[in-house]
Ligand binder design. Structure first.
Ligand SMILES: [Zn+2]
Length: 280
């Protein structure tokens, strides 16, 4: 809970029905574990993300997978009916995102960075940037009441180097919720065990049984979160103190977006109450 005893509200806006939990599942789980409210969103219905099924059947399957992933931590997973692979930063889609943000009233929004391999990720980022500030303008999308304050917006972590690599303002120790994160990701069977390995020619590496394939996915997810902890070690030490900061094995890191309210020291303290912020 916050000092005012109001639960915080976290809105993670991804392009596809697994992006939110893939990039920020640990932070979402920590929010829920501390009694805060989380909604994960996909701006497309994921109906192109498979090699054997497509269209409404795939969208239905992915809705069920995302709903199950959200239920692991007690979070909503909202899927917009836009086609996968066809998202554009149109005025109509911007209004959808403005309405979403105004209705949910988040304290913190997490979304993709604007430079990313996938056009849906890029345009999701663009749509959130375009909705920032506009959510406070009464005459824009007047059907839903405007917000008095522009929410804080931060970018999800990725590995892209150009025009510049992620410059996080906050890094979170997600070790305590690692199993919950894996529980969420394992719900997306059509993705992590079927489509994504197929797409990179690795289908034959996916083990058959539930237990074995979870362990196989776990290796990859752990390695990614471990790399992030190593990469942002200095930030972790500053935030968690030398002892804890050096011991963090798995981390998620986020970069403040200049178009939301600033993710400054006060905002970091308010929005990440489970981080001790050992140094001033
Ligand atoms: Zn995606």
């Amino acid at each position: 809970m916050t000092m005012s005893n109001q639960p915080l509200r976290l809105l993670i806006i991804g392009a596809h029905p697994d992006d939110a939990d893939f990039a920020a599942g640990g932070t979402a789980a920590l929010y829920r574990a501390h009694g805060h409210v989380v909604r994960m969103v996909s701006l497309t219905n994921g109906d192109a993300g498979h090699h054997e099924i497509a269209g409404p059947a795939l969208a239905q399957r992915r809705l069920a997978e995302a709903t199950a992933a959200g239920a692991v931590i007690g979070a909503d997973y909202q899927i917009f009916p836009n086609h996968d692979g066809e998202l554009l930063p149109t005025l109509d889609n911007r209004r959808q995102v403005i309405r979403l943000i105004r209705t949910f009233q988040p304290n913190l929004i997490l979304t993709h960075r604007p430079n990313d391999y996938h056009p849906d990720h890029r345009y999701t980022s663009q749509l959130v940037q375009d909705a920032a500030y506009m959510v406070t303008v009464p005459a824009v999308a007047p059907g839903v009441r405007h917000l008095a304050v522009n929410p804080v917006i931060a970018y999800l972590p990725d590995n892209f180097q150009k025009p510049y690599p992620l410059q996080p303002s906050i890094a979170v120790d997600v070790g305590p919720v690692l199993d919950k994160t894996m529980d969420m990701l394992c719900c997306h069977v059509s993705q992590f065990f079927e489509w994504l390995p197929h797409n990179v020619g690795m289908s034959h590496h996916v083990p058959a049984g539930d237990c074995d394939r979870r362990a196989w996915l776990e290796q990859q997810i752990h390695a990614r979160l471990r790399r992030q902890a190593e990469h942002f070690r200095d930030l972790l030490v500053r935030q968690y103190g030398a002892d804890h900061g050096r011991r963090v094995e798995f981390a998620e890191a986020f970069e403040g977006c200049e178009y939301g309210s600033p993710l400054d020291a006060a905002a970091r303290k308010r929005l990440f109450p489970f981080v001790p912020f050992a140094e001033k």
